[in-house]
Design a protein around this ligand. Structure first.
Ligand code: PBG
Length: 353
């Protein structure tokens, strides 16, 4: 556990301006650098702390045995067969990462118009959940609810005549959530942005006695260019017909994010998420201030790719850029971050303490 120095921020806020007045009364210069002059004092006045507890690690799954398939647009990230995913889950637990998120690369032959593979209790995600729960019962498992890894057209919902149907999609998502809960998933994370899906899923989970299964809503999810490498990873980039702007949010909007989050909380979300991350920290701050809920952000694949590419070119110090990007989430008000950097960041945090 990282130690949080300088926790009582209220006290410091009061002392801050007061101290300035006092100094000017003395007719002496104010010297904020005094609090930065050595590592010990920087640690003492530090306002925000990142710990492995704040990291959720997304992992990609693929069929097979002993398979690790690199994802070219996400250097350092691989698609893992279930046995390899179990090994990474063990590694996550050793690193004190509390939770992992699972995303499948579905065999193209199993994709269809309605994403029916999402409802197969023996699909890749469900098999992985069962294997991980058996080997590493202490780690939390989060699963996306959305149809895009399973549909032939790459959309998150049911498509008819070029339109994504809301209520028909919600009916399928409810079933997908139940299949995942049945397999042992701890947190259902609807990432589809259909209206009303959080309430429908909560009702169905409770009716089926899954009262302890949580919902983390992708509450404010934007139609972003930064999901590109993820779509490579789950194999929906080439198949996607059109774009997702009729259900994901317009990047120009901010008040609308608060309405979306309010709805998901009313409908029973236990935790809320903003996505993407770094480009949307203003939204994180507004959400945290308005609702005081457990608030997460997804540092998405494009953000990972951007930082990693620059680091590989020697244009950025990769480690420092990674840690700086992660503390930015904490500073903006996040309780935690979904990030492909999770194991590297956790290793770095461990080496520092
Ligand atoms: C699926 C989903 C996406 C991501 C998470 N869940 C892609 C999308 O909405 O197109 C993106 C994650 C990332 O880019 O890392 N609905």
């Amino acid at each position: 556990m990282a130690i949080t120095f300088g926790r009582p921020i209220e006290t410091r806020k009061r002392l801050g301006p007061g101290a300035e007045v006092a100094a000017s009364r003395l007719d002496l210069p104010v010297r904020p650098r005094r609090n930065r002059r050595a590592e010990w004092v920087r640690r003492m006045v530090r306002e925000h702390v990142l710990a492995p507890d704040h990291l959720i690690w997304p992992l990609f799954l693929i069929d097979g045995q002993n398979a690790r398939v690199p994802i070219p647009s996400m250097p350092g990230v691989e698609r893992l067969s279930v046995d390899q995913c179990v090994r990474e889950a063990e590694r996550a637990a050793r690193l004190s990462i509390p939770c992992i998120a699972l995303f499948p690369y579905t065999d193209p032959q199993r994709r269809d118009e309605t994403g029916s593979e999402a409802l197969n209790p023996d699909n890749l995600v469900c098999r992985a959940i069962r294997a991980i729960k058996k080997a590493v019962p202490e780690i939390g498992i989060l699963c996306d609810v959305a149809l895009d890894p399973f549909t032939s057209h790459g959309h998150d919902g049911i498509l008819r005549d070029g339109v994504i149907l809301n209520d028909e999609t919600v009916a399928v998502l409810v079933k997908q959530a139940l299949v995942q809960a049945e397999a042992g998933c701890d947190i259902i994370a609807p990432s589809d942005m259909m209206d009303g899906r959080v309430g429908a899923i909560r009702r169905a989970l409770d009716a089926a006695n899954f009262v302890d299964v949580s919902i983390m809503a992708y509450a404010a999810k934007y139609a972003s260019a930064f999901y590109g490498p993820f779509r490579d990873a789950v194999g929906s980039a080439k198949t996607l017909v059109g774009d997702k702007r009729t259900y994901q949010m317009d990047p120009a909007n901010s008040d609308e994010a608060l309405r979306e989050v309010a709805l998901d909380i009313e409908e029973g979300a236990d935790m809320v998420m903003v996505k993407p991350g770094l480009l949307y920290l203003d939204i994180v701050r507004r959400v945290k201030d308005a609702f005081r809920m457990p608030t997460f952000a997804y540092q998405v694949s494009g953000e990972y790719a951007m930082l990693t590419a620059a680091a590989q070119n020697g244009w950025l110090d990769g480690e420092r850029a990674m840690m700086e990007s992660l503390i930015a989430f904490k500073r903006a008000g996040c309780d935690g971050v979904l990030t492909y950097f999770a194991p590297r960041a956790a290793e770095k945090l461990r080496s520092e303490t």
